[in-house]
Design a protein around this ligand. Structure first.
Ligand code: URA
Length: 445
């Protein structure tokens, strides 16, 4: 088999066989195919696409390029949740303890943040001592003991995807639907859970800018998972403005703890419940979504979910006292205020611009090697639909450097669109994809 012939075939719009896809992934991963040939193949895929069967074969070939976690020793139906990435997205920090407190094992591998989006692993490291480098044995022990463990992705989890993603990043081939779906699903399948619930973000701060594309991506991923024998669901959620009020590492952890104490912002809680009911139903821990919803509400109201968060932090060698006293998280040196530049209603908040402002403060990574400052962030005191008089504070900026703080104030102010007409926030839950062919609305929309 010659890579040249495969590129030619895809360029001509023909389908690649499973064997050809396995060959190209294996040979590229072990260095037998050079970057320039893989780049040409990726570009041919961007122009000609992959059908469902090819997309599935690509996913499985990338999954099998490295280690697959064996969760067969975990008691119960394991569930995983994945977000396609957003700004202010601390959903996992709230959802994981709730689901675990309800007895469903959550065994999850998470990533670090890159660019304008944050990562769960960075947020967890706000707890002093918290370790994301668990051995496979410790990971499984924790899941069996407290129903919850989150580890960083191991170097050998879908290494083909790692190498191809880096190439896509520099060849303008990131935004092809089949490439995104196979990249995400190869890692999810390698992580070994029985059920996977996907949070596909749509809007200005997301990969998918419109609902049609988000639905297509969600359906493709649900189909891949089902073909691989997984229980699947996807929820398409709004990312036109940041989720919740806090954007930044420590302040997002504090907001998540508030949410577990029953004081979560409405938009965040809507997403938490939408994903959570799917997880509980797929894990057979509730007969239907209504029962799942009620179980989640009781779990938060009783304090069981917050208690689970403390157990989890302790089990991963973090200091659980921070869960009970969030004043212990270190504060940034400067607090500054972004003001409304005119009177009116907040009509839009550019999520990507807020994410970038946080990154520039030092709260996110410009490249994989960047060190991040966990104390900096942006707290949005006004969100879409709120009224602001000229000069009212719309956001607080937490900065470690006064100049960077001032630059963030300006960025945040220009991320706000203020106008005379009140516009309601967009619906948080835009669609639910339960089966690849079937798009339904959920009862709480
Ligand atoms: N996240 C991934 O893991 N892969 C993509 O291609 C896009 C988002």
């Amino acid at each position: 088999m010659r890579m040249y012939d495969l590129i030619q075939r895809k360029k001509d719009g023909r389908r690649l066989t499973a064997e050809e896809i396995r060959f190209l992934i294996k040979a590229y991963t072990n260095g037998a195919i050079p970057d320039y040939q893989m780049s040409a193949m990726l570009m041919a895929i961007c122009f000609q696409g992959l059908d469902d069967r090819e997309t599935y074969d690509l996913t499985v070939a990338m999954r099998d390029s490295g280690d697959c976690l064996d969760l067969s020793k975990v008691r119960g139906i394991t569930v995983d949740k994945h977000s396609t990435g957003g700004v202010g997205d601390k959903t996992t920090l709230v959802l994981a303890p709730v689901i675990a407190a309800l007895g469903v094992p959550v065994a999850k591998m998470s990533g670090r943040g890159l660019g304008h989006t944050g990562g769960t692993i960075d947020k967890l490291e706000c707890f002093p001592g918290f370790s994301i480098a668990l051995s496979e044995e410790a990971f499984l022990e924790n899941v069996n003991a407290i129903q919850l463990a989150i580890a960083g992705q191991t170097a050998n989890l879908a290494p083909a995807d790692k190498k191809i993603y880096a190439l896509r990043d520099v060849t303008a081939t990131v935004d092809q639907m089949s490439l995104i779906a196979s990249s995400i699903m190869s890692k999810k399948l390698a992580s070994g859970s029985d059920a996977i619930v996907l949070d596909v973000k749509v809007g200005s701060g997301a990969f998918m800018k419109n609902l049609k594309d988000a639905k297509k991506l969600a359906e493709t991923m649900v189909r891949i998972g089902q073909m691989a024998g997984k229980k699947m669901a996807a929820v398409i959620t709004n990312m036109d403005e940041p989720l919740g009020n806090a954007v930044g590492n420590s302040i997002e952890v504090i907001e998540a703890i508030e949410a577990l104490s029953g004081r979560g912002p409405a938009d965040l809680m809507e997403v938490v419940f939408a994903l959570g009911v799917k997880m509980l139903v797929l894990a057979e821990a509730a007969a239907d979504e209504m029962e799942a919803y009620e179980r989640m509400q009781t779990c938060i109201a009783s304090g069981a979910a917050k208690q689970k968060m403390a157990e989890w932090v302790k089990a991963q060698r973090g200091d659980p006292s921070y869960v009970w006293d969030t004043g212990k998280f270190p504060q940034a040196a400067y607090t500054m205020e972004a003001k409304a530049v005119k009177e009116g209603y907040i009509q839009a908040i550019d999520a990507q611009a807020i994410g970038t402002a946080c990154m520039m403060l030092g709260g996110g990574r410009e490249d994989k090697e960047s060190l991040i400052d966990l104390t900096v962030g942006i707290y949005l005191t006004k969100k879409k639909g709120d009224f602001a008089a000229k000069g009212d504070t719309v956001a607080r900026i937490y900065a470690s450097d006064a100049n960077k703080g001032q630059a963030a104030v300006e960025r945040v102010q220009s991320a706000y669109t203020i106008g005379g007409q009140k516009e309601e926030p967009s619906a948080m839950i835009q669609a639910i994809i339960d089966t690849a062919a079937n798009i339904t609305n959920s009862f709480y929309i």
